[in-house]
Write a protein that binds this ligand. Structure first.
Ligand code: UDP
Ligand code: MG
Length: 407
């Protein structure tokens, strides 16, 4: 298979320590794809496994021309692994699935059939899910319910990795942090038509799950972060990458300018407020000033960087550091945590009116910092990925050593 003969189907499978699963899974996928009868490639993304997953995959590849393997230098998380898979996939249609045999490749034809009814994304719904009840299924039902309310995309099972996408759609969706759980909501930003079908789910036979109860907290934070992103302003346009200038882009440009002016006007307040911090009106304006400044800077940075097509390595050191740190959790965390602080301090106002404003200020500032981090991460997700590809064994039987990232 070469660049001029792109496959119709690309199957993307993130794997982290799945040594016993990769071979049987590959066989199942190949059998199903051969039955479908279209050209295909299977992309395994080894997310820095410490067991023999990669050895298994490279051994398999000696006999399997349709198999491509990406290996990360270190564990970067399922979202990064999926993002890399989507980036390298050449197929017109992309399917993603877990690498632990819990999803069943036999569902692929059903997903394709639904996709060809005129959708851009078809999600699997593990209606009969074989995972632990209290630590998995209950939190998942609640999370899906909240995600439905918050994002307006009411599908049953956001967390099911078995999904089918039109390649041109999913390649436009920025994935960062742990956003693989929010692909349906993120896809609506690029106008995806979404549907879902019931899929089979098996209990895990080999290896162990990579997530514990900590996931509940992280999902909760990501829902809040996503809400901030959606509700405060429209997202930096993705269509820019194709150079098109739609009416929504004009609208966004207008918004950038409003924020830029607001940020500029608020800066003097910030400086004055700094010296007169105990005058309450001024300090309030100061906080608003900080907020607007941060949004302004965030939007400008996001906008300007998303317009230039420079790679991360071409950016200045400071920008590299900044964007990279924002894409990681600490700076993005400010937003959701400060929403919680703000709500709590509003309640505490009734009990302790004297100290309540201080946490409120902290909440407001933190919210803006978080928003800033979120915008930077969103706008730059495509350029500054949180992974380093060590090896790429592609379907053309070449071995490529890549060093495409900053650390
Ligand atoms: N995975 C990954 N990187 C990680 C964690 C998980 O690539 O840091 C892969 C894992 O190997 C599996 C899929 O993501 O193929 C889903 O993980 P898991 O089965 O542990 O999640 P669960 O089914 O328990 O929700
Ligand atoms: Mg699993």
């Amino acid at each position: 298979m070469n660049a001029t003969h792109k496959p119709y189907l690309s199957i993307v499978v993130p794997v982290y320590n799945e040594e016993d699963n990769v071979k049987p899974l590959y066989d199942k996928i190949r059998n199903v794809c051969e039955e479908i009868g279209e050209s295909f490639e299977v992309l395994f993304v080894d997310d820095g496994s410490s067991d023999s997953t990669f050895d298994m995959l490279s051994e398999l590849r000696d006999t399997e021309p349709n198999l491509a393997v990406i290996r990360f230098q270190k564990n970067a998380g399922q979202t990064s692994a999926m993002a890399a898979g989507f980036e390298y996939a050449q197929g017109e249609i992309i399917i993603s699935m877990d690498g632990d045999l819990q999803n069943d490749p036999a569902d692929i034809p059903k997903l394709l059939e639904k996709l060809n009814d005129g959708y851009d994304l078809v999600c699997g719904w593990r209606k009969e899910r074989h995972d632990k009840f209290w630590s998995r299924r209950v939190p998942s039902v609640i999370a899906n319910w909240i995600i439905g309310i918050v994002t307006g995309v009411a599908i049953h099972d956001n967390g099911c990795s078995l999904k089918a996408y039109r390649s041109e759609m999913i390649k436009q969706v920025p994935l960062y942090g742990e956003m693989h759980r929010f692909i349906p909501a993120m896809s609506t930003i690029v106008g995806a038509r979404i549907s879902e079908i019931v899929v089979t789910h098996h209990p895990r036979q080999f290896g162990t799950s990579k997530y514990g109860l900590g996931r509940i907290w992280r999902v909760f934070l990501d829902i809040l972060a996503f809400k901030i992103l959606l509700s405060v302003f429209a997202l930096p346009s993705i269509q820019n990458e194709q150079g098109t200038n739609t009416s929504s882009n004009k609208h966004l440009t207008y918004k950038y300018n409003v924020f830029r002016v607001a940020a500029f006007l608020c800066l003097p307040f910030l400086i004055i407020g700094f010296f007169l911090i105990n005058i309450s009106i001024i300090s309030a304006l100061c906080i608003i000033g900080i907020g607007f400044s941060l949004i302004g800077v965030g939007m400008l940075t996001g906008a300007s960087l998303s317009k230039t097509h420079r790679e991360a390595a071409d950016l200045g050191r400071f920008a590299q550091f900044f964007i990279y740190q924002c894409s990681r959790r600490p700076i993005r965390l400010f937003g959701p945590i400060s929403i919680v602080i703000t709500i709590l301090s509003c309640f505490s106002y009734f009990i302790l009116p004297n100290i309540a404003p201080f946490p409120l200020y902290i909440g407001i500032i933190g919210f803006h910092i978080g928003l800033f981090g979120e915008v930077i991460s969103y706008a730059n997700a495509k350029k500054v990925n949180d992974y380093t590809v060590e090896i790429f064994l592609n379907t053309r039987n070449e071995v490529m050593n890549l060093d495409n990232n900053i650390q």
